[in-house]
Design a protein around this ligand. Structure first.
Ligand SMILES: C[S@@+](CC[C@H](N)C(=O)[O-])C[C@H]1O[C@@H](n2cnc3c(N)ncnc32)[C@H](O)[C@@H]1O
Length: 223
């Protein structure tokens, strides 16, 4: 199923929507990570960047954070780029690229046309956001993506992720939490409102040194 992600963002227009409530939770934890002295940030499948960009502009130290937002959709990445310019965030880069392709992190860029171009290698960061990702990809891709996070983060880094509750009896966020634990992350927060379908997890990379990206062409593909 190909979703209209521009339209999906319209739910943010309603301040009472589940998505707006989720945004508040993500921002709260991002605020905490920035207050903790984060110097670099990566958002994969960043959408229009509304979780990250206003906080970089408003939080003490936020303007000196080097931020990379990777978003495949040209309209949404264009909006994020425009927001970064309007907020005067020269250290925030918005890359219209495929966050599921390993090449994107290793210094390539895979475009819609399948063209591989050279761009800067993605350095490990202090804060990584994976919001609106794990509910849209197969479980095997989620596991592969979480396994790649040590290569994309510094020791002590904070990862903020989200997952929908789903319709079944089991909560798929349990498996995401388990994968983070298995990859050496410590959970520092897990928000699961009883009256909303979203879950927000916050995990800290406990230790370890630099890690290599997996030698696979793709980490994930959206369903
Ligand atoms: C559910 S939305 C989440 C957007 C944003 N992170 C948020 O929480 O508001 C998923 C986003 O992922 C983008 N996306 C889908 N596949 C992608 C890929 N392979 N690389 C980068 N972005 C992708 C979509 O265009 C969409 O903007």
């Amino acid at each position: 199923m190909v979703r209209d992600w521009v339209r999906w963002h319209e739910d943010y227009d309603n301040p009472d929507s589940s998505l707006s409530r989720r945004l508040d939770v993500v921002r709260e934890h991002l605020r905490g990570a920035l207050a903790g002295g984060a110097r670099s940030l990566l958002s994969i499948c960043a959408g229009d960047g509304r979780d990250v960009l206003p906080l970089l502009a408003s939080q003490p130290g936020g303007r000196s954070v080097r931020a990379l937002l990777i978003e495949l959709d040209a309209e949404l990445s264009g909006r994020a780029r425009q927001a970064a310019a309007e907020l005067d965030l020269p250290l925030a880069e918005v890359r219209t690229a495929d966050a599921g392709a390993t090449a994107t992190y290793a210094g390539g860029a895979v475009t819609d046309a399948g063209v591989t171009a050279t761009s800067a290698r993605v350095e490990p960061v202090d804060v990584l956001l994976a919001c609106g990702v794990f509910g849209n990809i197969p479980d095997a891709d989620m596991r592969r993506t979480v396994a790649a996070l040590p290569a994309l983060t510094n020791p002590g880094a904070t990862v903020i992720w989200t997952r929908g509750r789903g319709d079944g009896g089991t909560d798929p966020s349990a498996e995401v939490r388990a994968r983070f634990r298995a990859e050496g992350f410590t959970e520092v927060a897990f928000v699961a409102p009883h009256d909303a379908r979203f879950r927000v997890g916050v995990a800290r990379r406990s230790g370890g040194g630099p890690a290599d990206l997996p030698t696979v062409p793709r980490l994930f593909s959206f369903d």
